[in-house]
Ligand binder design. Structure first.
Ligand SMILES: [Zn+2]
Length: 162
């Protein structure tokens, strides 16, 4: 059992099933200095969120991304909007309450959502480039990962122009 848990934890797919992994995404969260704030990096991480910059955080299990106010209760906000969220359905805010089967479920959900998000990014990139007439070239460029290709191209064009 411990071995499987370790595997989930180190899978590199960052499913964020544990509180400490979610909390580790927050860097100097704005409301942490506010003594009266109910919305802090800790309450956000506890409620299932990871930081996406500024005052925003996202749930890796349902991909709801929200901009929070200092007086928000992150768990209440998550419950309001997370009808289709495995983390909300489990209602286990403490890691110690998670069973191995919960961990696997959340991990799968996180992996599926991460994949889904990745595909959405690719689709967005494609849509931005779709004004170009050559669709198949655009598709293969985006799927290959554009950075490497552009470096070799610019090197080649530099050689041509002395
Ligand atoms: Zn969620």
């Amino acid at each position: 059992m411990a071995r499987s848990l370790k595997k989930v934890e180190n899978s590199g797919m960052t499913p964020f099933i544990f509180f400490k992994d979610r909390l580790a995404t927050f860097k100097n969260y704005e409301y942490d200095d506010d003594q009266t704030a109910t919305c802090t990096s800790k309450t956000l991480a506890r409620a299932g969120f990871v930081w996406t910059g500024g005052i925003s955080a996202i749930c890796p299990f349902c991909l709801k991304e929200l901009e929070f106010d200092p007086d928000d209760d992150p768990w209440e906000e998550h419950k309001k909007r997370g009808n289709d969220c495995d983390f909300v359905h489990l209602e286990k805010l403490e890691d110690s309450k998670l069973t191995l089967s919960d961990c696997i479920k959340l991990s799968q959900s996180g992996i599926v959502m991460a994949q889904f998000k990745k595909q959405n990014v690719i689709i967005e990139q494609l849509e931005q480039k779709m004004t170009v007439t050559n669709i198949s070239a655009t598709v293969s460029e985006v799927l290959k990962g554009p950075k490497k290709q552009s470096t070799s191209k610019s090197r080649r064009s530099r050689k041509k122009n002395p």
